[in-house]
Design a protein around this ligand. Structure first.
Ligand SMILES: CC(C)(COP(=O)(O)OP(=O)(O)OC[C@H]1O[C@@H](n2cnc3c(N)ncnc32)[C@H](O)[C@@H]1OP(=O)(O)O)[C@@H](O)C(=O)NCCC(=O)NCCS
Length: 179
C-alpha cells in the first residue's frame, strides 16, 4: 500500500491537500489560538501566505508522492484540521516530519491523535520509513502529549524556523497500534 491520497481514522476522513481547501485552511490559520502555536509571535497567517502554502503543499505531493491531508468529520462532514507527513531538513538532517493542526473549537477530543496515528502508519507502511521526526515549541503541551500518546520520544532541543523547538523521534519498532 503506497502512502494513500485518502485516509480514514475512527472518526475522520482525510483527503490530499490542494488549493481547493483554501477556505478551510484560512479558517484554521485565522484562528488566534492555532496561530499562537503555529507562527512566530502568534500572528494569524495572512490569507496570501495560506495560498502560497497550499501551492507548496500541492508541489510537495507531486515531488515526493506524499504530504498533508485535510480532515473532515465522518459524522456531519465539518472541517476538523489538517496533518500528515512532510519532507523537511531539520538541524541538518533530512526527514519525514509529522504535523497536525485542529480548529480550536474541536480541541481535546482526540482528533490530533487520530491524525498523528494515521500519518505515522502511512509513513511506516506506505513509505517504508524506519523513523519519523516531530518537533514543537516548548510551550505546546498539547502537541507534546499527542506525540507521547503516539509513542514519540524526546531527543533534543533544536532551532526550527528561527525559534527554539523540542525534537522528538518515533522509530517503527517503538510504534504500537491501538487495540
Ligand atoms: C496540538 C493540537 C493539534 C492538539 O489537538 P487535539 O485534537 O486537541 O489533541 P488531542 O485531543 O488528540 O490530544 C491532546 C492531549 O493534550 C492534552 N493537553 C491539552 N492541553 C494540555 C496542557 N496545557 N498541558 C498538558 N496536556 C494538555 C489533552 O488533555 C490531551 O491528552 P489526553 O488525551 O491524555 O487527555 C491542537 O492544540 C492544535 O491544533 N494546536 C495548534 C497547532 C499546533 O500546535 N500543531 C502542532 C504543532 S507542533
Amino acid at each position: 500500500m503506497p502512502y494513500p491520497e485518502e485516509v480514514e481514522t475512527p472518526r475522520l476522513r482525510g483527503e490530499r491537500i490542494d488549493s481547493r481547501h483554501f477556505d478551510e485552511i484560512c479558517q484554521l490559520h485565522r484562528d488566534p489560538l492555532v496561530a499562537a502555536l503555529l507562527t512566530a509571535g502568534g500572528r494569524p497567517v495572512a490569507d496570501q501566505v495560506t495560498r502560497e502554502g497550499l501551492e507548496r503543499h500541492t508541489g510537495h505531493w507531486e515531488r515526493h508522492g506524499y504530504g498533508f491531508w485535510v480532515f473532515r468529520a465522518k459524522d456531519g462532514g465539518q472541517f476538523i484540521g489538517r496533518g500528515g507527513l512532510g519532507h523537511y531538513e531539520v538541524a541538518g538532517e533530512e526527514m519525514a516530519g509529522l504535523s497536525y493542526a485542529v480548529v480550536s473549537g474541536e480541541w481535546g477530543r482526540g482528533y490530533a491523535t487520530e491524525i498523528a496515528r494515521v500519518g505515522v502508519e502511512a509513513g511506516f507502511e506506505g513509505l517504508g520509513l524506519e523513523w519519523i521526526g516531530s518537533w514543537t515549541l516548548e510551550k505546546n503541551e498539547a502537541s507534546k502529549r499527542v506525540m507521547e500518546k503516539v509513542g514519540f520520544r524526546y531527543e533534543r532541543a533544536i532551532e526550527f524556523a528561527e525559534l527554539p523547538h523540542l525534537f522528538f523521534r518515533l522509530r517503527k519498532a517503538w510504534y504500537k497500534r491501538p487495540l
